[in-house]
Design a protein around this ligand. Structure first.
Ligand SMILES: Cc1cc2nc3c(=O)[nH]c(=O)nc-3n(C[C@H](O)[C@H](O)[C@H](O)COP(=O)(O)OP(=O)(O)OC[C@H]3O[C@@H](n4cnc5c(N)ncnc54)[C@H](O)[C@@H]3O)c2cc1C
Length: 507
């Protein structure tokens, strides 16, 4: 029993990366935890599914911190993700195929990228150099691993501090600039469109610069085997530390008494109690439904009323009887111009962005390959359609066939090689992970909320003790690294509350 009357029990809602990480760090620090997860497997959004012998990976493109030597890599070791895992570092982030045979290769290496862009559009030299130097600026900010020799660590801290002092304004400027604003300065229309398509048009440019910096350093690799083996590794680490996961258990309410969280009620009516409750589930459901909006002030509501989220998606998977060894391996795929604007479900598209998983043979039978297409699609459109199950299923089938026809424009004859089509919609994301409006990564960092990089969101709610949150809904920008860091940060906080020294370990 702690001095404040609590015992060391913690209930965690959700076995995504954040919930499992919170559980792992809690177990490492002597807490007794159990996770309640509504799905029958771990990982939340970090998942994959098998259809007709093909594995469709619903998440990982790159894992920041994949290479040894950075603090993030230490965290991955602590939670058991990187040990024994092989990473692929593709030379190309993305290919953009424009009209009249013109193309842009967005190389992972910043020097090659700079040359490619300058060769393409010499008249845009000034903004191009600003962009590539922005990437070089972002190279400075990797935190060193705990194994780094002391003097090297000090040297790194001084460099980071110096960069901040001398270039702090740059940090702020990129944080407040969207691709749309940046590309307004470019004169080459294709380059303009391509940079806007690289990311979401209202996302902060800072995020893009950091991603390219990690790619350049070969510290953001694709893990062979994809998402699910990583989620299973987290699950194994958690249970090996004594944690308990209860699958197929949907939490409906968080129980409170005298302004303290005391436990949870499941959808089957059963109740479980603990000294603390952590929600690593979707923020909207946690605050507005599980807690009936009783513990939220204007600051808590603000993001849900004003901030932009990562869009919801149509996520199409294709199993193709072809190796695609003749196509380049890329981190996030390539995009090509369609013959004419085409309406797919609720949106009109001019281009199709396709990811060929030719870098990971384990996802398909020998000689065959998985391809995926991600298209932003409105949640409410699919929500309405889903009220009529037949209409919803018909639309999914239609969308699959339509995308196959669009693939035909770039790969003539591909239709006869397609052995599997699988369409996930925003409703699929919602059903399997509970994420608000089917969003795939929580809050976007935009100029409106860019200050969260300096002043993070709170992991607690006003007026409710013994309750905490972690995961992508309290870490704008989302992603797997932030999920793990969020669980780690939370357990550090809880240890501090209890006067315990926060300790970690890895095998
Ligand atoms: C297509 C796609 C591509 C991506 N690419 C990358 C990438 O390349 N690199 C990267 O780092 N990140 C990527 N991400 C983002 C990353 O997957 C997420 O940001 C991260 O997995 C979020 O983790 P989380 O634990 O915060 O949330 P979630 O994964 O959403 O976990 C929440 C968990 O809570 C459970 N839950 C919800 N409600 C309840 C309830 N009422 N009761 C019980 N359980 C509940 C859910 O089932 C889920 O398991 C991608 C995501 C997608 C979808």
């Amino acid at each position: 029993m702690e001095a404040n009357g609590r015992d060391n029990s913690i209930i965690i809602i959700g076995a995504g990366f954040a919930g499992l990480s919170a559980g792992i760090y809690a177990q490492m620090n002597g807490y007794k935890t159990q996770i309640f997860e509504m799905h029958n497997k771990p990982g939340g959004l970090c998942t994959s599914w098998k259809r007709n012998g093909f594995i469709i990976d619903g998440c990982i493109h790159w894992l920041v911190g994949s290479a040894p030597g950075s603090a993030m890599n230490d965290y991955w070791k602590e939670v058991g993700i990187v040990q024994g895992r092989e990473f692929v570092y593709s030379d190309e982030y993305m290919r953009y195929e424009g009209p009249e045979g013109r193309k842009i290769i967005f190389y992972s290496d910043v020097d090659r990228l700079e040359k490619e862009l300058l060769d393409l559009s010499p008249k845009d030299r000034e903004p191009i150099l600003e962009f590539t130097n922005g990437i070089r600026f972002a190279l400075n900010f990797d935190q060193p691993s705990s194994d780094t020799p002391f003097l090297k660590k000090i040297g790194n801290s001084i460099r980071v501090m110096y960069t901040f002092i001398t270039n702090g304004k740059q940090f702020k400027k990129w944080g407040k600039t969207t691709p749309q604003e940046f590309t307004a300065r470019l004169s080459d229309p294709m380059l303009k469109d391509a940079i806007n398509e690289l990311w979401l048009p209202d996302f902060s440019m800072l995020f893009m610069l950091f991603t390219f910096a990690y790619l350049h350093k070969k510290n953001a690799g694709y893990p062979l085997g994809g998402s699910m083996p990583m989620s299973r590794a987290l699950e194994a680490r958690y249970t090996a530390l004594g944690g308990v996961i209860n699958y197929d258990k949907k939490v409906e309410k968080i129980l409170t008494e005298n302004y303290k969280a005391t436990g949870i009620r499941l959808s089957d009516g059963s109740e479980f109690h603990a000294s603390r409750v952590v929600s690593a589930a979707d923020g909207y459901n946690t605050i507005y439904k599980m807690l009936d909006d009783k513990y939220a002030d204007a600051r808590t509501h603000e993001p849900y009323e004003k901030w932009a989220t990562f869009p919801s998606l149509i996520f199409a998977g294709f199993g193709v009887n072809r190796s695609f060894d003749d196509e380049p391996e890329t981190v996030s795929g390539f995009s090509y111009q369609l013959e004419k604007p085409t309406v797919v479900a609720d949106a009109t598209i001019n281009r199709l962005s396709v990811h060929i998983y030719n870098q990971d043979k384990s996802l398909a039978p020998v000689g065959k390959t998985v391809m995926t297409v991600m298209l932003p699609s409105d949640y409410t459109y699919w929500k309405k359609l889903s009220e009529d199950k037949d209409a919803y299923n018909r639309k999914k089938e239609e969308v699959g066939k339509q995308i196959q026809e669009l693939l035909e424009q770039r790969f003539p004859g591909i239709s006869s090689l397609v052995e599997m089509i699988n369409i996930a919609t925003p409703m699929t994301f919602e059903r399997y992970t509970g994420n608000w409006k089917g969003s795939f990564e929580g809050w976007l960092i935009t100029p409106m909320n860019a200050n969260v990089m300096m002043k993070p969101m709170s992991q607690t709610l006003p007026g409710l003790n013994d309750f905490y949150m972690c995961g992508q809904w309290v870490e704008p920008g989302g992603g797997l690294p932030t999920g793990v860091m969020s669980g780690r940060k939370l357990m550090k906080k809880i240890c501090k509350e209890d006067g315990r020294k926060f300790t970690t370990s890895y095998k």
